[in-house]
Design a protein. Structure first.
Length: 82
């Protein structure tokens, strides 16, 4: 992709075609929805059912709480399987 092409995207003189949007989303590992402004959370392009994004409004402590809960669920599952 040329510097001119990128500049024209940045200056709103042109829009990338769908294939270019996919390439850009993969490059920056964000969803195409985020790239074109449909959602505010920068979800990974490569996400799957086992990956998720916490809201940006979550504090570091709240993110830790989520991880603690996941550990609790793993512990609970291990006790059931014993």
């Amino acid at each position: 992709m040329s510097h001119y092409t990128i500049s024209s995207y940045e200056c709103n003189r042109s829009d990338p075609d769908d294939n270019s949007k996919i390439i850009i989303a993969k490059l920056f590992d964000v969803s195409v929805d985020y790239l074109i402004g449909l959602i505010d959370e920068p979800l990974s392009f490569n996400r799957n059912i086992r990956s998720f994004s916490l809201p940006q409004s979550f504090t570091k402590e709240e993110c830790g709480d989520v991880l603690d809960y996941i550990k609790y669920l793993e512990f609970k599952k291990s006790k059931i399987n014993e």
